[in-house]
Design a protein around this ligand. Structure first.
Ligand SMILES: Cc1cc2nc3c(=O)[nH]c(=O)nc-3n(C[C@H](O)[C@H](O)[C@H](O)COP(=O)(O)OP(=O)(O)OC[C@H]3O[C@@H](n4cnc5c(N)ncnc54)[C@H](O)[C@@H]3O)c2cc1C
Length: 258
């Protein structure tokens, strides 16, 4: 067993492309990524971004085998902030060990932070470092939180934009015949509405206190769980947009589902 379930990998940006408004997909490559464990799902990894001069501070990350974070992370934290590499958490959206590649989908949020700003301008050839699961350790499950109940046939997945890659990976693994309800928070879904992938479910209100919009692929055949959620959202919108009014007994008068 190596000192830690994760290893550090020195990687190069092999490709960087915009995949949707506000999203940039980076393909990171290195021969050593053949050892990156292909578990997928919601696997969290760290991006260790280059310093302004392109380098990596000396905090022992690339010692072989990769030391435990109690060693390298403590040394990283002890460095002055301006002299240490930015670390941020991401999820591989694809893992291709046989090609020594992983993809990472980066949300270009506004205002940007160091990682999203770096990703927005990243071009092929740039070097960075990542930490992630190493298949030489065998299965450990380290960095995965998705633990579905064995035999389940219904799932509820909820997340904001940064969870899109994890949720997409999870959905691809669910067995045939089950049903997943997926609730995603997104700042901008105009593209999906224009393309007909989503329709508006809640009324066209402009709530003052708690803007809430909800989109779904179709109004046809919603599950009972989703109808209940829409009901809840309607009642909540009533509460926040019409101060002084109590909870209506049931949601009336809005768009109906099904
Ligand atoms: C387990 C896990 C997996 C993740 N996977 C992904 C992934 O695959 N893709 C991905 O894009 N992100 C992912 N994230 C989220 C990512 O780590 C954060 O968004 C991170 O803060 C981005 O770093 P930054 O340097 O761009 O911004 P920061 O320096 O961390 O933040 C700068 C400013 O931006 C704001 N900010 C940060 N993130 C967001 C956001 N998402 N929306 C709006 N404002 C924001 C902060 O509040 C702050 O004000 C994941 C996070 C976790 C915990």
């Amino acid at each position: 067993m190596r000192p830690w379930e994760y290893s550090a990998f020195a990687v190069t940006v092999a490709d960087a492309r915009d995949i949707a408004p506000g999203w940039r997909r980076l393909t990171l490559a290195a021969p050593e990524l053949r050892d990156f464990a292909p578990w997928g799902l919601d696997q969290r990894i760290k991006l260790v971004l280059p310093l302004p001069d392109g380098g990596l501070a000396d905090f022992g990350l690339m010692t072989d085998p990769t030391p435990h974070p109690s060693d390298w992370y403590a040394r990283w934290k002890a460095l002055p902030e301006t002299e240490r590499n930015v670390l941020r958490t991401y999820t591989p959206s694809a893992i291709r060990p046989e090609q020594g590649e992983i993809d990472v989908d980066v949300l270009l949020h506004e205002p940007p932070g160091p990682a999203s700003a770096w990703a927005a301008q990243a071009t092929p050839g740039e070097r960075l470092w990542i930490t992630g699961p190493d298949r030489r350790n065998g299965w450990t499950g380290y960095g995965l939180h998705w633990q579905p109940v064995a035999g389940a046939t219904r799932w509820l997945l909820v997340g904001d934009e940064t969870a899109f890659p994890a949720i997409a990976n999870i959905l691809r693994t669910l067995p045939e015949g089950g049903r997943a309800d997926v609730l995603l928070e997104a700042a901008d879904v105009r593209d999906d509405i224009d393309a007909g992938r989503l329709v508006r479910v809640l009324e066209d209100w402009t709530p003052v206190l708690a803007p809430l919009s909800l989109y779904y692929p179709s109004r046809r055949n919603p599950t009972a769980a989703f109808k209940a959620f829409v009901d809840f959202a309607r009642r909540r919108s009533h509460l926040t947009t019409q101060p002084g009014r109590g909870l209506p007994g049931s949601a009336q008068g809005g768009n109906t589902l099904g």
